[in-house]
Design a protein around this ligand. Structure first.
Ligand code: 5CA
Ligand code: ZN
Length: 409
């Protein structure tokens, strides 16, 4: 489906550095050295309530990954899905007496507008679960025919025992997995499963719920993890550079997705690197649609907050940190945006070549955006103190902040 328009990414003098980033699977830092076209899959929204600051923070992190890659003169092939059919969408639509398709379309449209306003680079392929069903069905059939999946009362489950690498993405023990599975869409207590952790691949049609042709599987709808596997395999195949999402996707979603793909292809790994962003909280609890403690990007925009300031608010936290949205966060961002805009409005200022390298180095160092902001703050403070007369330096700062941080001054 259509994504959203791309903002220009100015080219900077010289060349950026290779990204050193924390990999969840190995638990350590790896240097990413993609080919000339870097491949990134980021898990998209389930469109029943978009876009809250937690979503925005996660997509901001993966936008930075792309900007670092672009600065190394690579191209980026970015794929994102939209889970436009799943239990939570149907539950929310039913609770509001809404049509589930209309709800999904409305929230996806709002997400596109928010992404555009925040200057988050669009995926080359933005793919819905529903449109992917014809790709998903044969994968489930193949898993079943290979003995990696089994039927239970018409539903089809993946057997985690079929992948020798199961557990390597999250590194969790069975008990921790069981708890998270129950919390995050799994059904560990359903009788008849071979392993309580086995996730559903295909859910047979339920009365009153939408269903699609599943060929030999019978009518039904896809499970959650196989959706992202089908889309990533379609566009990348195995061994793409990064799979990303928030840390709440480490288990079961990214663990199960890796196992589905590995069992299907006999190859390992699914993604070379797994990257996860921290959780944004409000009033001490993770911002989540189910709890309803949300701050929406669109609400901030409606209140008149400049999207560039919203972006600075996101950038002022390290992507791996869990952090809390408080009133001070937007206030500080608005104030910083004002200072930076004043500093670049003059035709001359302190030399900026070193700043370009500082921002590059901060981002290459596990996307340390707060360190990048601190470097720009220092330059702006020198400018405010009348500390330089380099012609064109403010323009270079403006282009650096735009290209590497996505903030238009
Ligand atoms: N559709 C699936 C992924 S295939 C899904 O998780 N959708 S979501 O709408 O629940 O979340 C979309 C993205 O935002 C995911 O990467 C998720 O990890 C991230 N996310 C959700 N809540 C937060 C939060 N409070 N803080 C940071 N990131 C969050
Ligand atoms: Zn996903």
């Amino acid at each position: 489906m259509y994504a959203w328009p791309a903002s220009e990414v100015p080219a900077l003098p010289g060349k950026g550095r290779d990204l050193r980033i924390h990999d969840t699977a190995t638990g350590g830092r790896v240097t990413l050295v993609p080919g000339p076209v870097a491949r990134l899959y980021v898990c998209g929204i389930t469109p029943y309530d978009a876009t809250h600051m937690g979503h925005a923070a996660t997509y901001n992190a993966f936008d930075l990954v792309q900007r670092v890659w672009l600065d190394t003169k690579r191209q980026v092939h970015y794929v994102q899905n939209v889970t436009d059919i799943d239990d939570p969408l149907l539950e929310r639509a039913a609770a509001n007496g809404d049509d589930w398709e209309a709800l999904a379309q409305r929230e996806t449209a709002l997400f596109r507008e928010d992404m555009t306003a925040l200057r988050l680079l669009p995926p080359r392929h933005y793919v819905g679960a529903v449109e992917s069903i014809p790709k998903i069905v044969p994968l489930v059939e193949r898993l079943r025919d290979a003995g990696a999946a089994y039927e239970l009362e018409g539903d089809v489950y993946f057997s985690v025992a079929s992948d020798g690498h199961f557990g390597e993405v999250s590194g969790l023990d069975a008990e921790a997995m069981r708890l998270l599975s129950a919390e995050r869409g799994g059904d560990p207590d359903r009788p008849g499963k071979k392993n309580p952790l086995d996730p559903m691949l295909w859910m047979a049609a339920r009365p009153g719920e939408p269903s699609w042709d599943g060929a030999s599987l019978g009518p039904g709808r896809p499970g959650w993890h196989i959706e992202c596997v089908a889309i990533a395999l379609e566009h990348f195949g195995m061994g793409f550079d990064v799979q990303g999402g928030g840390s709440d996707l480490i288990f079961p979603h990214h663990e199960m997705g890796a196992s589905h793909a590995q069992a299907l292809t006999g190859e390992h790994p699914f993604a070379k690197t797994y990257v996860h962003a921290g959780m944004v909280a409000l009033h001490g609890e993770k911002m989540s649609k189910s709890k309803g403690n949300l701050v929406f990007v669109s609400a901030l925009r409606r209140e008149g907050m400049d999207p560039a300031a919203i972006r600075l608010a996101l950038l002022s936290h390290h992507y791996r940190a869990d952090w809390e949205w408080t009133d001070a966060v937007p206030d500080e961002a608005v104030e910083r945006l004002g200072r930076w805009r004043a500093a670049v409005s003059r035709p001359d200022g302190p030399p900026a070549d070193a700043l370009v390298e500082e921002v590059r180095e901060a981002l290459a160092d596990d996307l340390d955006a707060p360190a990048a902001l601190a470097a720009v703050d220092r330059w702006a403070a020198t400018q405010a103190a009348g500390g330089g007369t380099d012609e064109g330096a403010p323009g270079l700062v403006s282009r650096t902040v735009d290209a590497l941080l996505g903030v238009a001054l």
